[in-house]
Each structure stands twice: as C-alpha cells, then as structure tokens.
Design a protein around this ligand. Sequence first.
Ligand code: GCU
Length: 607
Amino acid sequence: MTKRILTFIAGMTAALSMAAEDLPAIANIYARPHQSLNGKWSYIVDPLENGYYDYRLKPMEKTGFFENRKQTSPDQLVEYNFDTSPQMEIPSDWNSKDEQLFMYEGTVWFKRDFRLDRTPGKRYILYFGAVNYEAKVWVNGKKAGEHTGGYTPFNFDITDLVSDGDNFVVVKADDKRAKDNVPTVNMDWWNYGGITRDVLIAELDDTYIADYSISLDGNSTSRISGWIQLNNEIAGKDIILEIPELGISEKCITDSSGQAAFSVRAKPALWSPDNPKLYDIVLRYEDSDIRDMIGFRTISTSGKQILLNGEPVFLKGISIHEEAPFRSGRAWSPEDAATLLGWAKELGCNYVRLAHYPHNEHMVRTAEKLGLMVWSEIPVYWTISWNNPGTYANAENQLTEMIRRDRNRCSVIIWSIANETPHGEARDRFLSSLSLKARELDPSRLISMAMEVTRADNGVNTLDDNMNEYVDIISFNQYVGWYRNTLEEARTMKWVIPYDKPVIISEFGGGAQAGLHGEVNARFTEEYQEELYIRNLEMLDKIDGLAGLSPWILMDFRSPRRQLPYIQDFYNRKGLISDWGLRKKAFFIVQEYYGEKRPETPDDAGK
Ligand code: GCU
C-alpha cells in the first residue's frame, strides 16, 4: 500500500512541478523592465545527448551538463566544460554560425552567466522568443521548464531558482525532426536549430498584468473594448487604461478571475496600409505601467470581397520565409524585419504571407508600422501525423501561443492553420478542430489555410476541399508553368472555385538564378521566371472573386530539397530577390501589376 501511495504522490508532484513550469508567455514582454540575455553563450555539441542520458538511456537527475560542473581538484573526472567550450552569438541558428553544424540536427547545449540584484517581492521571468525545436531549461542547475515548438515564445518563473549576484542558465536545444512533430520530418526550408530569437529576464511585481486584449468592439468603429488579465486571480483591483490621444483614461476593476473588462466610446483614426496609425496606450496597475502601440481597424468578408474598415481591399502580397537577408540563416532582429518588409513595400505590397510558421515579433510589429497586413501561420505543413493526439495537442498549443503573442497586432488579419495538406478524414478532423479553436481564441480575425487544386483536366482547374466551410478565405497554391502545365497553357487555363468566399492565391511562382540570362523557355533564367509571372498574373486576374495574391516568394531561401549544383546549392531560387538582395526581372513585373491593382468593387462588374 505504502509503495503505491508514494508512487501516486511522486506522480502528482511531477505533474504539479510540470504545471508550475507552465506559465503562458507574458504579453508585450519588451515593455516590461528586463535585462537582455542576448550575446555570447558557450555551447557544447552533444549528438548522443550524453549530457542528459546515462549509458542506459536513463535521464540523469543530477550529473547532466545542466549542472555546469567545474573540475575542482586534479583527480576529479569531469568530461565537459562550458568555460573552455566555444561561444556563439545568440540569437542565432547554429547552422549558419558554425560551419561544422551546417547540416547538424540534434542537441546543442548553451550556457550563459548573468548577474542579478534582486528586489524583495519581485518575480523574475526568463523569456525566450523561440527555441527550435525542443528546449529544456535549467537555472543554477535546477530545472526551470521545457517547451516544444520552434517558432513561438515561452517563459518560466525563475524567482525561486535565482540568487543575488552570479547565476547561470543552461538550455538543451534539440532540433531533431520526428514524424509526429509539427512540422513533421519533411519541409521545404532549412531546419535552423538553436536559440533563434531574443532571450531576456523580466522583473515583475508579485501581481502583474500578464495579458490583455485591446481592439475595436467587433466591427464597430466607435467603441474600443477588451480585457486586462492579472497573473493572479484577485478581484476588486483597479487597472487604468489610457489612450491619451483619444482622451481616454478608463478605470476598470478585476473580477474574481483577475480579469478586468472595459468598453469605451471612441472614434480612433483607423489603421490601414495607407495610414498605419498607431496609438500610444498605457496600462497602469499599482506602481507599474505597460506601454504599447496599438492600431484600430476592422477586417471582415462580404461574399467574395475582403473588407478592411468596411471597404473592399485587394491583398497585394508576397510570401516571406524567416530567412536573413544577405547573411542567410534564421532572421530574428528588427533590422532583418526592416530589410525584408522594406523590400515588400518597394514591391508595392500592402500584405505579406509570413510562411510557414509564426515569425518573430519584430516582423509583426514592423509590419504594423509600415502598413502591411499579415497572414500568420502555424507549421501544420504537408504530411502531419493526423491520427496522433500528441501531434494535435502540439499544433493547438502552437496556434494558441501564436494568437496569444499577436492578438493586439492590428497588422495580423489572417490566422492560417495549415499548408498543402493531403485530403482525408483524419486531416479534416484535425484541421476542423484547429479552425474552431482559432475562432474560439480570436473571433475577430479571418481564418484560412493554403489548400491545393484538387483536379486539373483539360485546362480546367477545380478546387474542391472539405475544409472550405472552416475558413473565411479560400486560399490555394498553384504552380502552373513550374511544376505542371506550360507557360503557353497558362493563357487558356480555367479555374473553378465553387465557394462564395474571397479567393487568395497563397503561392505561385518559379525559380531563377539571379544574373542567369537566356531564352524565355530556359529553366532558372530570369527570363523564364519573368515570363512565368506575366502568364500567371494574366491567368489569375480572370478568377472571379480574386481578392489577393502572395507569390512564392520574396527572397531565395535555404532548403535541403534544392540540390542542383551552381543553380540551387541548397537554396530555393523562387525569390523575386536573391539572398544577396539582387532584384530579378520578375520583381518588376509584380511591382508594375501591384502599381495598377485596386480592389474590385461591385460597380466594376458593370464595366
Ligand atoms: C509549396 C510549399 C512551399 C515550397 C514551394 C516550392 O507550395 O508550400 O513551402 O517552398 O511549394 O516548391 O518552392
């Protein structure tokens, strides 16, 4: 009996300790008092994970690399040493930072020292913008927590793990692909591993504002509403919402769940690509203030039109991978965001598809400032393990973390739950559940997914996907002139999309090596790509209800599926711009098309 009780208690303790680690990522972390842990981290490459498992593959409780052990006497055996190991600038992916790790997939350990002068009563939160793919984190040798998913933020309350003065954090980052992961084992982008986004420690009061939602009240343009959530379930607490430029100073009071709701009359200037107006807002709780910049807009559909602030809008877009311009590797910084999105603006875009996973927060915030609407996507990509409950839970968690981080970003208008997934009952169950979850988490935005043309015979392309009822926008990828059909056939192609919803072509395009010139029928020449764009734009323009495009893709990006020597060299060359920033001829075809493009309006039909 005793043994069974002890086993049960151990199980509960383990569950509780896991639960204690599970702190939803804090909203708008950059606006909190914090110290950055970006910079040089020591790292140890560990392909057999012997810093975590013993030789019988049992996790080591005390003697793993997370201990950051030092040899204190000549006769002591310690077979690792962070202090004499190489260092890497973080954030970064190890593939582009250490040429021995270019193709490496597995575990790399990272260690960083940091000093802390604690203030009594304060909480200390260790925050990661992302670690690809699985992170285990220890502080001063004690477990802080774990996270799975390579593209969303997470954090741990380390208040009870830190001390005044010197501390250290150790991260076990493991980017091994696995069939049941999200994404699964095959994808057309480089599996950049490591601590790929900002790391920081925030200092917060014992009770603090953990999350909030501030937006127009549904499709009303004369009321701002939302809620503010404390980390503790305390009722009767005053929180002040200030929007000085609108003359708003609204006191709201928390309920028993620690959440304060508000709804105020207001007539803000509406955010749009032509007027990306953002308002300074301040949230005051006791003696702490949180500042943010928030834009107010409505997004909806009506039949085959997308309406921004009630007006038809044509999404003049481009797809973008989180590939760093010029240097390659994982993009992560405000400077990378400014370059990539600056190129999208130069192209004439009012919209970007951030593929195939949530990009870093700087991308979404920079898009707001530049006036770019955003499609944000979770990496439910290709042949996911549709029947695996753990895979679904992982996908739903990444969806939840994506929405939680960006719910206040007016640039985000579309949540995408998948890309090019094979039809089937299990996939339909998986995706319909995800769609319902997205609607539950955020009823204010549009839902979509990149589908595929299901039938193409005798020049008629039909899109027939059960998921049509679970999306607000019918989006699909097509590669006429690259993976199928000829450029000549593009002239007469017909498209059948039997749904009364707006249509976005979420991908089309073809490859070209910047600077390679030749006949228009010669693959990978700029002339071929240019002709492909001319033919595709002519063809797609005829689609009834076409409400937007996001051609594939802004910039060449690394992919392990692109092996053609001297042309691809592990780059997907469908960029309109090369990885070195060279604009290819097709760039100017799209720029011209967008220059003349405006939304279809009902009276256009009569012309
Ligand atoms: C697919 C896929 C992309 C891929 C592209 C290509 O549509 O969605 O991730 O990179 O085609 O083949 O270049």
